[in-house]
Design a protein around this ligand. Sequence first.
Ligand code: CAA
Length: 258
Amino acid sequence: MSFELIIAETRGRVGLITLNRPKALNALNDQVMDEIGAALDGFEADDNIGAIVITGSEKAFAAGADIGAMASFSYMDAYKGDYISRNWERVKTCRKPIIAAVAGFALGGGCELAMMCDIIIAADSAKFGQPEVKLGILPGAGGTQRLPRAVGKAKAMDLCLTARFMDATEAEKAGLVSRVVPADTLLDEALAAAETIAGFSLPVVMMIKESVNRAFESSLNEGLLFERRVFHSAFALNDQKEGMAAFVEKRKANFRHD
Ligand code: CAA
């Protein structure tokens, strides 16, 4: 897959998307989001891909939505043009797991893009923030909703209202990121985690993603019921037979992803 503002490639069973707009610190304009969406379409359709990594540069994962592109928007441009929903939601609807590998700035829409992913692995250089308030707007790609779910109300309010940045250590302590690693090992760590995930049964991995996400959409009892039904359905998979046989026979499972 060939694009202008991102690089999409495969590494084993992992699809890797690298944001590649260095002069604008990977600011997210329509073209970038369209290209991410098209790359995700390709990876979702490819049976040989089991997990996806989205990363940026050493300096910036992404410094936000493109301010230049938004500056002259009227209300109707934003509303009728369905700004954000029109092409950012594709990340949310991806059924394969996505890891955000974040170094440098992840601000505004950049932080929101990372939060749309399933796991955030941060370099020790990462800085997270929702500084939209300084621009006379508010977060518009999920910041006011996903950040409090990740870090709680107090810290989410603090970040959204003061526009201050949170470093990687604080982000890990707050629960936004799952691991912090040295900047020079970020991509290797993220690819290794993605390769581990991609080695497991793809339908099971998709069921786990769907079930964990259900925890944020439903009551505990509804979520538990959903999990139980999906758990029961896993027994219809060849991969369940293989996974359990491999355990009993003390060998590595060879999943066929069905
Ligand atoms: N949009 C467009 N261009 C951006 C950008 C953005 N979000 N962030 C940085 N850039 C551009 C700069 O304009 C600059 O371009 P030029 O060289 O052509 O002037 C280039 O990237 C480098 O940026 P700086 O010179 O500012 O670099 P710095 O190291 O001094 O500062 C920074 C880095 C602190 C990240 C600073 O660039 C910054 O504050 N960026 C804006 C962050 C922001 O407000 N993000 C939220 C955007 S709104 C949003 O995302 C809405 C939403 O919820 C969807």
